[in-house]
Design a binder for this molecule. Sequence first.
Ligand code: ARG
Length: 326
Amino acid sequence: MQAEALVERSNQSPKFPTSDSPASNLPSLQRQAPDGPRPRPALLMCAPKVYEVSYVINPWMEGNLGHSSRQRALRQWRNLYHALSSMAQICLVEPRAGLPDMVFTANAGLARDGLVALSSFAYRERQGEEPLFRRWFQEAGYTVIDTPRETPFEGEGDALFSADGMRLWAGYGFRTAPSSHAALERIWSVEVVGLHLVDPRFYHLDTCFAPLEDGSLLYVPAAFDQASLRKIEAFYPAEKRIAVSERDGLAFACNAVNLGRRIVLNRISAELEEELRRRGFEVTQIELDEFLKAGGAAKCLVLKLTPSLHCGSNADDPMQAELLEV
Ligand code: ARG
């Protein structure tokens, strides 16, 4: 199928707002001058207003059915929101009752250069999120590209660009089908390299693999098959690879949000924190154990948006203002 055939025709407002676009609080894409200063990054998040563990689609959820605390989840999520909002513009998508995993916006799709490859979730439990994310991206001015139901694709949860943006690492084995990779290659004219995930606890690529902006990599080697490890080692020389211990891996240390020199993640060991500091990173640890019960942590709760968006001023937005109340 040609990428063009995948582009959803929509009669939405122009992709890039012009000076006569109606003023509104809706997010809108901003063109980035090729040589201009780097725009402030923008991230999509979804408050855990309806978050709970009410079904099991990964091993983390087993034994946690009905055992999450929404109050605690909200507190932890707010801490993450605050830490990230000092580095990035945060855009919010409104959650919908009955879709408790919508808080994990990394799975909404993969967004880059005004295009978004919208996810086709592997499990029915999450498929109801698709139209809601679609609407958000359309209103933000993205060109939405559908990925076929027959080839599940779970967005940035399973697809991560290398720091130079030239390569897309794409996980498969549990959620995303390797047959979805060809479409990604066509959409962004980028080299897509498949990585086979073999440990069900690390069922999405972003649970065990984090390309950092300085060109290094945080990863859990045991989460991959041998052929994938060889691909990783061929790309990242030994001094660029930070293999995390099983303990840190299971604390979702690789599920890290990295913006410039800053890294925001769940609680990790003192050794790993020291290693990241030694490499020049500023590390912010935020307790996110309520989300681990559903199999997610910092990076799963965030989707990177490029180019940067205007989401309206946080203070003017009633939804954001209400959420930020302590
Ligand atoms: N319960 C969710 C699921 O199984 C967690 C998603 C975590 N997201 C991620 N990007 N790893 O789909």
